[in-house]
Design a protein around this ligand. Structure first.
Ligand code: PMP
Length: 420
């Protein structure tokens, strides 16, 4: 039955994933832009949301809204239990050992700043070194530069090759007695490169160095198991994994989180306050000052439930198919060069077109209903590494199709006509 459906719909990818019915779960995908069906290839910036997440947000504000923790009334207890239930879902999602290792934050950016300011200011000092890579998002560069200025530490950078792959030998060379922290992306947003994080962690741990992984672009594409990877911190954003904006997670090894001072002071992160001395709350609340994004946390839990309902072997096969199909089709275009050709890649294609600025490409594609990102993708050092001012980036999710890639290719031919 399934095979028959696939042959009737040659425009959809030939994998087993039932993309057609998945697309129905995402209402926004059905809309038009400039009178054309939307082709949404800006998933790296933010993903669309399934109805289940939208419903969870609506239900929360319609029926469940109340502030959490400390409340004695029904609604407060209800909201608290829903929020804490979401934390449990996120623990399972990344396979953390303990619930208190899941800290709700605003997103990847806040998670990295939290670790830099809390762990970094306590445990790093003058002359210490922090290692990042040449393919980091600004949010995994700037917090470390700020820390370096504050404590007199030094930032070291692992170079990448021309395909956009991490040079592991260079990493080995950079690791030394002064290395006190390693912070790397799991999947590059600008290049799509999947970094061999298990190997990286093993190398760093051999020298007793903790590792943070920026998982913002990994969680929408790969199953992540923090115990298997053995990283010390893992940061990700809800909005890139089909959940709400303004909420994300910092996973941290409990032994490390325990030793770290609070990042912000305020309500909820304390157990006792007097003017003489304040006692901090237990994990994870020590790091969750103030009223959090309650609806966001619950909505993110709904996104986790949605993702748990998918077959991830099928998702991986489908996304691989999209990437291969798009790579083949796009490389045939005259004057087009793909930036980021790593062996291990997630569904991201960054490219430059001879004599046409990425913003002009993006604007013409938009007229055809195709949403892509054009610019430096908050990864200016990547642009510098490849000697380009900007790229156009098409980033895929499991709800995208081959037919949409055909629309992109057609629209790129239009760009060539306009600028030809
Ligand atoms: N790291 C990577 C690799 C990203 O792609 C992004 C978002 N583009 C971030 C960090 C920052 O995420 P957020 O803005 O959700 O904090």
């Amino acid at each position: 039955m399934k095979a028959a459906q696939d042959t009737q719909k040659p425009d959809l990818c030939p994998g087993l994933l039932d993309v057609e019915s998945i697309r129905k779960d995402f209402p926004l995908l059905a809309r038009k832009v400039h009178g054309k069906p939307l082709v949404y290839f800006d998933n790296g910036a933010t993903s669309q949301k399934p109805q289940a997440v939208i419903d969870a947000l609506k239900r929360y504000y319609t029926e469940e809204n109340s502030n959490i923790h400390r409340g004695v009334h029904y609604l407060s207890e209800l909201a608290t239990s829903l929020y804490e239930e979401a934390r449990k879902k996120l623990r399972r999602f990344v396979n953390a050992r303990r619930l208190e290792e899941i800290v709700f934050v605003r997103g990847t950016t806040e998670a990295i700043n939290l670790v830099a300011q809390s762990y970094g200011r306590k445990f790093l000092g003058a002359g210490d070194e922090i290692i990042v890579s040449a393919m980091e998002h600004h949010s995994n560069i700037v917090p470390w530069q700020m820390l370096c200025e504050q404590v007199g530490a030094r930032l070291r950078v692992i170079p990448i090759n021309h395909d956009g792959e991490l040079l592991l030998d260079e990493f080995r060379r950079l690791l030394n007695q002064r290395t006190k922290f390693v912070s790397l992306t799991h999947v590059s947003n600008a290049l799509g490169t999947v970094v061999p994080v298990k190997e990286v962690v093993k190398l760093a741990h051999a020298g007793g160095v903790p590792v943070l992984l920026d998982g913002a672009q990994a969680v929408p594409h790969l199953p992540v198991d923090v115990q298997e990877i053995d990283c010390d911190f893992y940061a990700f954003s809800g909005h890139k994994m089909f959940g709400p904006t303004g909420v994300g997670v910092l996973y941290g090894r409990a032994e490390l989180l325990d030793k770290m001072p609070p990042y912000q002071g305020g309500g909820d992160m304390i157990s006792l306050v007097t003017f003489e001395k304040t006692h901090y709350n237990v994990l994870p609340y020590k790091f969750e000052a103030g009223t959090p994004h309650i609806a966001g946390g619950i909505g993110l839990g709904a996104a986790v439930d949605y993702l748990a309902g998918l077959d991830w072997d099928q998702v991986a096969a489908h996304e691989r198919d999209l990437l291969e199909y798009a790579t083949q089709a796009i490389t045939k275009i005259d004057g087009l060069r793909i930036i980021g050709t790593a062996q291990e890649k997630a569904g991201v294609i960054s490219f430059v077109l001879d004599h046409v600025h990425a913003h002009d490409v993006g604007t013409i594609l938009d007229q055809e209903g195709v949403a892509v990102r054009a610019g430096h993708h908050c990864a200016m050092p990547v642009m510098q590494r490849f000697g380009v001012p900007a790229t156009t980036r098409a980033s895929f999710a499991f709800y995208n199709t081959r037919a949409e890639i055909d629309v992109l290719v057609g629209a790129l031919h239009r760009v060539l006509k306009v600028f030809g």
